[in-house]
Design a protein around this ligand. Structure first.
Ligand SMILES: NC(=O)c1ccc[n+]([C@@H]2O[C@H](COP(=O)([O-])OP(=O)(O)OC[C@H]3O[C@@H](n4cnc5c(N)ncnc54)[C@H](OP(=O)(O)O)[C@@H]3O)[C@@H](O)[C@H]2O)c1
Length: 242
């Protein structure tokens, strides 16, 4: 498979390593120094584009992929208020788009555990809940895209939480779901959901040991999406659903 890398930073390079080891070819590597190469003439050689860039550039990059007509996998975080627009454009153009705030298989299992736990906890109002996410200091956005997914999944299932917040509520048991973001090195990514009561805590944790899991998941998604049209998620790739 021919892969175009849109964004060639830490993730782009990790994806390149995995893709080459799986026998794929990298047809272009776009970073801020060669944006002129991000054009239909260069992209025509790609079966799929994998986009891990910056929160500021992701939306335009994805629009451009849709206009060019190349299927695109994206993992960039911090731009999701515009995700619906990209999904609509994908449908309009009969294109192919897969987004995941986290490509690791373990995190996607963690997402499902989180949903199940929130459903179970809905009737046990003695438990308050909060989320902690810990990442390396170079991470630009706060809270992490993964923490936002976890928070939204809780809010959909736990009636006593209505919105997520990054400001610590003064009292527990408010309608706000607190996400604490910590930045320390080295930390590829840890997410902890804790339900706290006077008697005990119930906690689920996902800890990434390296970027490899994200890179492998992104390449797996690129292989899976070949020949498909529409808007997809990692749930489709991994066939995990409660
Ligand atoms: N979904 C997941 O599983 C997952 C996992 C890890 C990270 N992420 C997210 O993926 C994104 C990238 O992470 P990273 O660690 O690879 O960041 P990074 O090391 O800072 O790399 C960002 C890359 O984007 C390039 N870039 C800047 N402007 C661009 C533009 N207009 N068009 C195309 N590329 C451009 C940068 O080029 P220069 O170096 O020349 O500026 C660099 O190559 C972040 O949003 C991060 O949160 C997601």
């Amino acid at each position: 498979m021919n892969i175009a890398l849109i964004g060639y930073g830490k993730m782009g390079k990790a994806i390149e390593d995995v893709a080459l080891r799986r026998g794929h070819t990298i047809t272009c590597k776009i970073s801020s120094s060669n944006l002129q190469d991000f054009n239909p003439r260069v992209l025509q050689w790609a079966d799929v584009a994998i986009e891990f860039s910056t929160p500021e550039s992701a939306y335009n990059n994805l629009r451009q992929c849709m206009e060019i007509g190349v299927p695109v996998i994206s993992g960039t975080t911090g731009w999701l208020n515009k995700k619906t627009e990209i999904e609509q454009l994908c449908i309009e153009k009969q294109g192919t788009f897969l987004y995941a705030s986290n490509f690791s298989i373990g995190v996607n299992i963690f997402f499902e555990l989180n949903k199940l736990l929130a459903q179970m906890m809905n009737k046990y109002e003695v438990y308050d809940v909060d989320i902690q996410e810990i990442h390396h200091t170079a991470k630009l956005d706060k809270p992490s895209g993964t923490a936002i997914t976890v928070a939204n999944d809780i809010i959909e299932r736990l009636e006593r939480k209505k919105v997520w917040t990054i400001s610590k509520p003064e009292n527990p048991f408010t309608r706000d779901l607190f996400i604490e973001s910590r930045r320390e090195d080295p930390a590829p990514g840890t997410h902890i959901v804790t339900y706290r009561s006077e008697i005990d805590d119930v906690e689920i944790t996902h800890t990434a040991h390296s970027r490899l899991g994200f890179a492998k998941g992104a390449v797996l998604a690129a292989e899976w999406i070949l020949g498909k049209k529409g808007v997809f998620s990692m749930k489709d790739v991994l066939e995990i659903d409660q």
